[in-house]
Design a binder for this molecule. Structure first.
Ligand code: ADP
Ligand code: GN1
Ligand code: MG
Length: 354
């Protein structure tokens, strides 16, 4: 990474590069230069993102737009250009980008208080609100059919039919769990096709650890991880946040007894998100928020299971069966949502007064 860093217009020569972060996709380093300035440098996963120049153009356009809405340099990611004026560097070892490091920030894997989760909901809601005026037509689709849940189930079926690692026998229960929800997987995109839901510019990866919080005030500063900003559904952004942040255990917890949906955290997020979307969501969009939460959780479980069957080629793993453990937490959370479905709907109706 340090070699690639020399191609960027840093304030001084690059000095150190240390791995950081818990992302499953890119490789991230804390880069420093000889004057002590800090940056985040990332090697972009080009086996997942097939058109990195188009992805970087999306990020350039979106970050410029966000900066025009709010010029505070800590409130949006700031790309550092290369010496030849590009926003990424490419050589035989891969694609790299550099952002200015957001100082005195922390990234949370779990909200310590309900208030923190409420604030993250406001941050993602405002992000969507700010991008409401952005022309979606100029954005490339960085991963085609990213949140097409029915297609994700199809891919799982193909992986199961191939069973290239011989792991299918071990995951029969999970596989059946997925197949039993196959029909439901398509409901959101069906509503979109019927014109009942709006296509918006969304983030599409709204995990709590994709928000930087201020170390001291513990308030959100900046939304990061913009690789999947593209046209999408509001309920999916809402849903992915619930999947990760309103869960009572980590995404890879082994003790499934610990994994449930916290209705208190869920309600806090609903309040923050609806408030920050500034009344822009339609009634149909609001009514489908619980389904967004369930389908994003289900989809993630299906993706982890597919990757397990395919030999762990997509999500970075840190132990044997890591993707299977991740799949199991997601499916446990889906079951818990099914048990709490009426409460999930009631909380939405009460908060939105619909
Ligand atoms: P991934 O796609 O692999 O999840 P992210 O873009 O989310 O990568 O970055 C990984 C981690 O790097 C984040 O969780 C955060 O801790 C840190 N990070 C990323 N960008 C910045 C930044 N500009 N300033 C400070 N920390 C950052
Ligand atoms: C990946 O990059 P990261 O770790 O923020 C994935 C998301 C999944 C998430 C599961 C581009 O997000 O879609 O929901 O892992 N990103 C991509 O934790 O596939
Ligand atoms: Mg991330």
């Amino acid at each position: 990474m340090l070699n690639a860093a020399r191609n960027f217009l840093l304030d001084a020569a690059p000095a150190t590069c240390v791995p950081m972060g818990n992302g499953h996709i890119n490789r991230t380093c804390l880069l420093t230069d000889e004057a002590g300035n800090k940056y985040t440098m990332q090697k972009i996963n080009d086996s997942i993102f097939k058109d990195v120049p188009a992805l970087m153009e999306n990020i350039r356009l979106v970050t410029e737009y966000l900066r025009a809405c709010d010029p505070d340099p800590r409130h949006s990611l700031q790309l550092v250009h290369t010496k030849d004026g590009k926003c990424f560097h490419h050589d035989e070892t891969g694609y790299y980008r550099v952002y200015r490091f957001v100082d005195e920030s922390v990234c949370l894997e779990r909200a310590e208080t309900q208030e923190e989760f409420f604030l993250s909901a406001q941050a993602f809601g405002s992000f969507q609100n700010q991008l409401a005026g952005f022309d979606a037509a100029v954005l490339s689709e960085t991963i085609p059919r990213f949140h097409d849940t029915a297609n994700r189930v199809n891919n799982l079926k193909i992986a199961a039919a191939n069973d290239k690692m011989g792991r299918l026998k071990e995951v029969q229960a999970e596989y059946e769990f997925a197949l039993a929800r196959e029909e439901e997987a398509g409901v959101m995109l069906k509503l979109l096709k019927e014109g009942k839901l709006k296509l918006r510019v969304t983030h599409n990866d709204t995990k709590l650890n994709n928000v930087l919080f201020d170390e001291k005030t513990r308030r959100p500063i900046c939304i990061i991880d913009l690789d999947t900003v593209m046209p999408g559904l509001a309920a999916n952004d809402f849903g992915d946040s619930i999947r990760f942040g309103a869960a009572t255990a980590a995404e890879d917890e082994i003790d499934l007894g610990k994994m449930t949906l916290s209705l208190d955290l869920y309600a806090a997020y609903v309040r923050g998100f609806l408030g920050a979307c500034g009344g822009k969501l339609t009634e149909d969009e609001i009514r489908t928020l619980p389904m967004g939460a369930k389908l994003m959780t289900f989809e993630c479980g299906v993706r982890f299971l597919t990757d397990y069957l395919e030999g762990d080629t997509y999500f970075r793993i840190h132990r044997e069966k890591h993707n299977l453990d991740r799949c199991r937490t997601q499916f446990k959370l889906v079951s818990d949502m099914e048990n709490k479905w009426k409460d999930m709907e009631r909380i939405i109706s009460e908060e939105a007064a619909i």
